[in-house]
Design a protein around this ligand. Structure first.
Ligand code: AN0
Ligand code: CP
Length: 317
């Protein structure tokens, strides 16, 4: 694998999950792969899990790791070509990227959707600039349209906890005070559509995701109906995607907050969320604290998904 930006880069998904589970059994078995190799992680946005789990994954593989927070101490970057740079941004991303590439062997990039220009986000302009100009393998640590390391960890977690061969998995929208990207639900849909699960998406009208990710998934606008018989509930907020409301909040209805009321119609479902999560907006205290909550094992599996991806990239160097 050279770059990792979406589910397709993993090839056979079942094989990838089983490789991840083998790595989890002995995560220090591949230290030789990363010897004298440098991982650079570049963050345009905040992170707790991605930063720590990816750094840990690199260390498990024997890599040296470096982290750059663009907004804390680096020069502000201009990202549009052709701009007369007489404003507040002293450096252009088209120089910064090859410079960063010259110091490392693999680059991880976190660059969320900005919600300023839909096509800039949809085309993954920043991530693709890294792919084009760094000269190094690039992997997404959540870009404008996807968060595949998260969804890969989610799928590993579902594989570990499922009680039947083909569980029912429900992705539900939930309320949030700020407009959040579609990256997590997009990638989750992308992975679930390829996995051996019955997949249902539920959200209020107006929150339809990009068809490219929804594909043939069932979309059910009645949240209670969607939850019936579910084995896994995956909650997430996202802002509207469809024009003319791209990046806007359309619904603040707290009846969508996942609580014991919704969970009671499921098949004793597990609760999942990528974190960070706002309690009593997305999910009630009792549901996230229940024994059916998988949020911590899910976050722990971020180390494993990252290590599987880094291992495959290192093997291709
Ligand atoms: C981000 C998002 O919704 O994409 C990161 C989630 C992993 N969440 C927030 O900004 C709160
Ligand atoms: N789930 C996740 O990616 O968390 P961070 O934003 O803290 O990295």
């Amino acid at each position: 694998m050279r770059h990792f930006t979406n589910v397709k880069d993993l090839g056979n998904l079942n094989e990838a999950v089983h490789e991840a589970l083998r790595i989890k059994q002995d995560r220090y078995a591949f230290q030789h792969l990363g010897k004298n190799k440098t991982l650079m992680m570049v963050f345009f946005n905040s992170s707790l899990r991605t930063r720590l789990s990816t750094q840990k994954a690199g260390m498990n593989l024997g890599m040296n790791t470096m982290v750059l927070d663009i907004n804390q101490g680096a020069w502000k970057l201009e990202t549009e070509r052709g701009v007369i740079m007489d404003g507040d941004k002293p450096e252009h991303i088209l120089e910064a990227i090859p410079v960063m590439g010259s110091y490392c062997d693999v680059i991880g990039v976190r660059s969320f959707a900005r919600f300023e220009d839909k096509s800039f986000d949809d085309q993954e302009t920043i991530l693709n600039q890294f792919i084009q100009h760094s000269g190094k393998p690039v992997f997404s640590m959540e870009a404008a349209t996807g968060h595949p390391l998260q969804s890969f960890a989610d799928l590993i977690t579902i594989e570990e906890y499922k009680k039947k061969d083909r569980p029912k998995v429900v992705l539900t929208w939930a309320p949030h005070p700020r407009a959040l990207p579609q990256a997590v639900p997009n990638s989750f849909a992308d992975f679930m559509n390829e996995a051996d699960v019955d997949f249902v998406i539920t959200h209020p009208y107006g929150y339809e995701l990009n068809k490219r990710f929804v594909r043939d998934a069932v979309v059910e606008y009645d949240q209670m109906k969607a939850f019936e018989g579910a084995d896994f509930i995956y909650a997430k907020n996202w802002a509207a995607y469809q024009d003319p409301n791209y990046g806007k909040i359309l619904c603040e209805d707290r009846s969508w907050t996942v609580s014991s009321k919704q969970m009671s119609v499921t098949n004793d479902a597990y609760f999942m969320h990528c974190l960070p999560v706002r309690r009593n907006m997305i999910v009630s205290d009792d549901v996230i604290e229940s024994t059916n909550s998988l949020v911590i094992p899910e976050a722990a599996n971020r180390e494993i998904s990252a290590q599987t991806v880094l291992k495959r990239i290192l093997e291709s160097l």
